[in-house]
Ligand binder design. Structure first.
Ligand code: SF4
Ligand code: SF4
Length: 80
């Protein structure tokens, strides 16, 4: 799962372009939103490629976290 610093975002669209899971869309206010946070695999590509350092990846919440929980603890959290 990711969060944005809305004041830093320059609306370049890079985070949408680099997300391998296509979880990010444009919000109605022109700031990106993560429309499918549970599909986020926490790869960090959006944060690493953001020219404004406006993206923060919250580890252990999205798809990757679900896979880790399933592997380590047998929890079936869903990871589409
Ligand atoms: S890559 Fe960064 S600056 Fe560009 S739209 Fe996404 S959050 Fe905004
Ligand atoms: S961390 Fe990876 S999968 Fe998650 S939103 Fe960013 S680019 Fe997409």
């Amino acid at each position: 799962m990711i969060t944005y610093d809305r004041d830093k975002c320059i609306r370049c669209g890079t985070c949408l372009d680099v997300c391998p899971q296509l979880t990010i869309d444009w919000g109605t206010d022109g700031i990106p939103i993560q429309s499918r946070p549970h599909d986020c695999m926490e790869c960090g590509a959006c944060a690493m490629n953001c020219p404004a350092a406006a993206v923060h990846v919250e580890a252990g919440v999205g798809c990757f976290g679900a896979l880790v929980n399933e592997t380590l603890f047998g929890k079936k959290d869903g990871c589409g």
